[in-house]
Design a protein around this ligand. Structure first.
Ligand SMILES: Nc1nc2c(ncn2[C@@H]2O[C@H](COP(=O)(O)OP(=O)(O)OP(=O)(O)O)[C@@H](O)[C@H]2O)c(=O)[nH]1
Ligand SMILES: [Mg+2]
Length: 844
């Protein structure tokens, strides 16, 4: 089944992989495009096999269509759920036809049985698959089929029938089923004399139930060149696991093309499952547009004008410009089979159909094809043809069939086969497989590679130009570097300024996490401190303080007590706010200095000056100014706490009510005891006045103060520093002159190294692309070739470098055409890359 690639294409995988590796290794390129699509198209192009999967609704006629395509009865085709396993049909030499059968493992059989039992609400013990457990289960399944009135009468009956077949299959093939492995048998091991017998075994329902995979190897020209036809269970098969197998096959990267067999000729509409199938097909990169849509059962539209009309609408609206075929697998297949029959065997009734005829009480049962044939003769399809068959209502279908064929013979059969559309389908598939497939697969690969190559070529040339434009002598490198100093100083200053702006903006917008944390701590400390102060301050002390101020008097007004308490609270709160604000500023600047130190502009500044040019010192100065400004702000803020808020004394507020109550209490006597008794009330009063003030501070005014201070202190300094850095040119020049020699030496060496690597990459790229282009040419593809890279002449070295000088001779080739491709001259590529000329001009 292996396919011989053209000699020019033998190293295709290697070439494409070289390009992909170069792409992956280059960090500037690797993230830009996804290469999985290229890998998929590469494996398709060089794969020895090409799997064509037939998929569609169950009973759409997939198996019949494959039989018709190959003109032999290979696959089991029947009403109801016929195919339960994947069947592969590959190529064999005429005398080497064979079948390979892969059986389920006992474990898999058990899993399937358990699933059926769960559906049927049966709870048998299946720990060991002994007949003692299986026979009663089979009887239960048969009973269910009877109850439901037949095996296809309901979903329950269908599942019961599937279970029955599975049990029978397991019992009959026990010797071929391993506990955990999938055993594989050749035809000879199973004592089948030929493919027909083996296929007959696999077709039987019970056997097919325990088969995991069937592989046929047949002699047919369609299967040459590695083509493999795959038959699958219907996507809406009543046995869920079977349907899932089909979906898995559709997603499988081994699947290369799909024949989507649709049933809408018989139903007049696309089902939900069919639409889903089409979507699934489209999402597999291994399939792309390699899809054939077959509207099978077309014969049904011949007897029903409405169906015909609906089918035409569907095709017109949804399948225009796609590969569409209309077929009758049934008429096409049996037509091909009865061509070889004679009046003596009653046109196949005694041979091909002998099994399906089985006499029923002396009367023969009509095979499906015979009825369909008679229907065909009266369908109107023969109008305008030389045939005039008549079906007599008074005679049996079988007699009509034999008589008509006797009268009209082979020409009528030929006519019907033509009508069945099978020949057109076969011709279409054959043309695709023999003429279009290979070129198309390679073309798809080239299409996928093209954008990648264009990107690589551009990137390599840009890099080449960049390295090449840099001085190659130490002295010129030094003067080149010196010319850059001004520019570098300016960008250091600009980056510093931008950095500070970003930091300040983040604080203002509340996006600096650490700063927000610190500020929240400040808020919490203020609120907690107020509570502590209210809880712990001593009224005795406050009262004594008020009395002490006026030595002439031995008592003090309640208001004086309040006044002292106000001073006490405000002063203590000020202490805590000042302390917290200092911590906030300290932390903020510590982080800022750390960030600045680890920035690239800071390193660059060191490189140019050998120091940071007092940058850090300046930041610390700003810190001091910011700190004192914010401490002042904090003091001012807390000083204002001394003023009672006017709301506090407003008529009708709780605070004024409380004030009066306390006043009443304190005026009871003139010694300290009245004040002491009023202590809870006084605390309450203080709380009512202070809480809103603190809230205002921590939630709004002090935050605003902080933001403003940072902004007004930091931003102007950042600008000023940027300017100062720019002024450092003389210092930088002096310093750099001393260090540049060593740096220049290193840089030149590095550039040489980079250039060497780049040249090696370009050579590798060119070799790979020439290899691919030669393969594309050998296939006779009339398409744009992949772009080669013509390395520009180095600007300071006079000699011209012929880039492909290192190409092996056989790749450059003898013919002028292939030489032109290999050298990247006068091919369609040059026209598609006009920018190359301008790059070359620039470099010269
Ligand atoms: N009228 C008519 N019947 C057809 C045609 N093709 C297939 N059939 C019948 O439809 C039934 C199902 O055919 P299969 O080939 O088993 O269909 P399938 O798609 O393989 O079905 P599953 O394997 O069960 O998914 C059989 O009885 C066929 O004889 C057709 O073109 N016209
Ligand atoms: Mg089938």
């Amino acid at each position: 089944m292996a396919v011989q690639l053209l000699p020019q294409c033998e190293n295709l995988r290697e070439h494409v992989e070289t390009i992909l590796n170069l792409w992956q290794q280059d960090p500037t390129l690797s993230g830009k495009q996804d290469t999985t699509r290229i890998q998929a198209s590469l494996s398709k192009a060089i794969s020895p096999t090409f799997e064509i999967v037939f998929a569609g609704a169950f009973s759409a006629g997939k198996s019949m269509l494959i039989n018709a395509l190959l003109e032999r009865e290979l696959l089991y085709s029947a009403e109801g759920h016929a195919t339960g396993t994947e069947c592969y049909i590959g190529y064999a030499e005429p005398n080497a036809e064979r079948v390979v059968l892969t059986f389920l493992s006992e474990q898999e059989v058990q899993e399937q049985m358990t699933a059926f039992c769960a559906f049927l609400n049966l709870a048998p013990s299946l720990s060991r698959l002994e007949d003692t457990a299986l026979n009663p289960l089979k009887e239960r399944a048969e009973a269910i089929i009877q109850q439901e009135g037949g095996k296809s009468k309901s979903e329950r009956a269908k599942q019961a029938d599937a279970l029955r077949l599975l049990i029978t299959g397991f019992q009959q093939n026990r010797d071929k089923i391993h506990p955990t492995e999938n055993k594989v048998f050749s035809m000879e091991q199973l004592n089948f004399g030929n493919l027909r017998e083996a296929a007959g075994f696999a077709r039987r329902g019970a056997n097919s139930a325990v088969l995991r995979k069937v592989e046929y190897y047949c002699h047919h020209p369609l299967l040459e060149d590695g083509n493999v036809i795959v038959d699958t269970p219907g996507i809406d098969a009543p046995v869920k696991a079977d349907a899932e197998r089909t979906y898995r096959k559709i997603a499988d990267p081994d699947t290369s093309a799909v024949v989507c067999v649709l049933k809408c000729a018989a139903t007049g509409e696309l089902t939900k499952e069919e639409t889903e199938l089409i979507e699934h097909i489209q999402s597999n990169d291994s399939i792309r547009d390699r899809v054939f849509y077959v509207f099978n059962r077309i014969d049904e539209t011949w007897y029903n004008a409405q169906l015909k009309h609906r089918l035409e609408n569907i095709i017109d609206q949804q399948f225009r410009q796609l590969r569409v075929f209309k077929t009758s697998g049934l008429l096409g297949f049996y037509g091909s089979q009865i061509k070889a029959t004679t009046p003596e065997d009653r046109f196949g009734l005694d041979t091909i159909f002998s099994e399906s005829i089985k006499e029923l009480g002396g009367e023969e049962e009509t095979p499906q094809f015979v009825s369909e044939f008679n229907k065909y003769c009266t369908s109107g399809r023969l109008v305008g043809s030389p045939f005039r068959p008549s079906v007599h209502g008074y005679d049996t279908p079988i007699n009509n069939y034999v008589r008509i064929l006797r009268e009209w013979g082979k020409p009528l059969i030929e006519y019907m086969i033509k009508d069945s559309g099978i020949e057109d389908f076969r011709a279409g598939i054959t043309r695709y497989l023999t003429e279009e497939k290979r070129p198309q697969l390679f073309s798809a690969l080239a299409d996928d590679l093209q954008p990648l190559c264009i990107e690589m070529r551009k990137s390599y040339l840009d890099l080449y130009r960049d390295i090449d434009s840099q001085p190659k002598e130490i002295d010129s490198m030094i003067s080149y570097e010196l010319t850059l100093i001004n520019q570098q100083l300016a960008s250091i200053g600009r980056e510093f300024d931008e950095h500070i702006q970003t930091v300040v903006n983040k604080v203002i917008n509340g996006e600096n996490k650490e700063f927000e944390n610190d500020f929240r701590k400040l808020q919490a400390r203020m609120v907690r401190r107020l509570d502590e102060l209210l809880d712990t301050f001593s009224l005795d002390n406050v009262y004594s303080q008020a009395v002490r101020i006026r030595p002439r008097n031995s008592t003090a007004p309640f208001l004086a007590v309040l006044v002292e308490a106000f001073y006490y609270l405000s002063n203590h709160l000020e202490d805590i706010l000042v302390e917290s604000a200092s911590t906030l500023v300290e932390n903020f600047f510590r982080r800022l200095v750390d960030e600045v130190r680890s920035s690239s502009y800071y390193r660059q500044l060191f490189r140019l000056l050998g120091s940071d040019g007092d940058l850090e010192k300046k930041l610390l100065l700003v810190k001091e100014v910011t700190l004192s400004s914010l401490v002042n702000g904090a003091r001012k803020e807390c000083d204002r706490y001394l003023r009672e808020s006017p709301r506090f004394y407003e008529e009708g507020t709780f605070s004024i009510y409380q004030f009066r109550e306390v006043l009443k209490q304190t005026s009871q006597s003139y010694d300290i005891s009245a004040i002491q008794d009023a202590e809870p009330g006084i605390r309450q009063l203080l709380k009512l006045d202070f809480e809103p003030k603190i809230n205002q501070t921590v939630r709004s005014s002090f935050r605003q103060e902080t933001n403003n201070t940072l902004k007004t202190q930091l931003l102007p300094v950042a600008k000023q520093v940027a300017d100062e850095i720019l002024q450092k040119y003389p210092e930088a020049k002096q310093f750099m002159e001393a260090t540049l020699r060593k740096e220049a030496e290193e840089k030149i060496a590095l550039n040489q190294q980079r250039l060497k690597e780049l040249e090696a990459s370009i050579d590798k790229y060119n070799q790979a692309v020439s290899g691919i282009n030669l393969c594309l040419q050998a296939l006779g593809l009339n398409r744009e070739m992949l772009p080669l890279i013509t390395r520009p002449e180095p600007s300071s070295v006079g000699e011209s470098v012929q880039i492909l000088a290192s190409l092996p001779e056989q790749q450059v080739g003898d013919s002028n055409a292939s030489e032109a491709v290999a050298l990247g001259r006068s091919t369609p590529i040059d026209e598609s890359f006009p920018e190359l000329d301008s790059i070359l001009d620039d470099l010269r």
